[in-house]
Design a binder for this molecule. Sequence first.
Ligand SMILES: Nc1ncnc2c1ncn2[C@@H]1O[C@H](COP(=O)(O)OP(=O)(O)OP(=O)(O)O)[C@@H](O)[C@H]1O
Ligand SMILES: [Mg+2]
Length: 358
Amino acid sequence: MRVLAIESSCDESAAAVLDSDRGLLAHELFSQIELHRVFGGVVPELASRDHVRRLLPLVRNVLESSGTAPRGLAGVAYTAGPGLIGALLTGAALARSLAYAWRVPAIGIHHLEGHLLAPLLEADPPPFPHVALLVSGGHTLLIEAREIGRYELLGETRDDAAGEAFDKTAKLLGLPYPGGPQLARLAGSGRAGAFTFPRPMLDRPGLEFSFSGLKTAVLHAVRAREMSDGVKADVACAVQEAIVETLAVKALRALEQTGLDVLVVSGGVSANQRLRARLAEVVRHRGARVYYPRTEFCTDNAAMIAVAGLARLASGQHDGLAPSGLAPSGLAHTASAHGGLPIEARAQWPLQTLPPLA
Ligand SMILES: Nc1ncnc2c1ncn2[C@@H]1O[C@H](COP(=O)(O)OP(=O)(O)OP(=O)(O)O)[C@@H](O)[C@H]1O
Ligand SMILES: [Mg+2]
């Protein structure tokens, strides 16, 4: 089985071709970072318009470089949510139109299921069941993943996501957008212990997170003194330590609570080297193992959407030509071309409501 996948949930346009026997045959990505940099964050309308420009050439490229003809496809997978609704609709409209023209099924994929399954693309994929720590720009979740499609939420953030905490504190330090990787780089030259920021919710039981207080703590530290490059690096180091330590303690707690010995970490923040080093210590101590996606598949990409798409198509799931399972919620945005081809996407979409594989 071979699947074409399209990702357009935020500020990356991406396409990929995955084959069940031969693996990942092609993947391409266009990042809109330059487009949004002057605004200091993603401008949704600009993101949607740029996806319209970028997606079709990316699809052409991956089909060509993988030697794939449309008749060789078992289906077209696309990110149906959660994300920016206009951006999602561009990918959904393209995917469903191509599938309709090629007479193959389309399947709307949950973006976070894509992140969760990205490590399955590696040579040594993680086994199920496992504890998944999903740390991205919009989400911080601890999940018990029993198998593909069966996800139980163990804990999540009450406010900012871990990636958002990196980005917002980086902004306070005057680092350019997107700040997470920049802050991580600066932290490398900071002195550990020069500042200490709160590690919220570590002192109480449970698997919830809260990162919004970190912004205030950093703001006070920045306002209180002259910010030389050295002091900025010290602050960056302390921010990274606060986030990393919080994630590590809660991940360990989730392993203990579930009795599982496999931890899978994905999403943009899983690229963070300090987090990887700290989690290596934690799992070694417990006799557990930790798995990651390769660095380029930590952040948004279409290869991970292809993994989820292939699994779901192989189990017989697809959108169909009638409004699919996405439709009943009032949160679903639907556009119907000539009354016949429903195009659906969801800005919000709880992961636990996904159907299991057949
Ligand atoms: N090395 C790093 N250290 C810390 N944070 C990082 C690093 N690399 C990327 N990030 C952060 O990862 C986030 C982007 O990740 P990702 O693309 O998975 O998120 P998203 O798609 O915007 O959010 P979501 O998947 O929740 O919708 C940003 O917040 C970015 O700052
Ligand atoms: Mg993402």
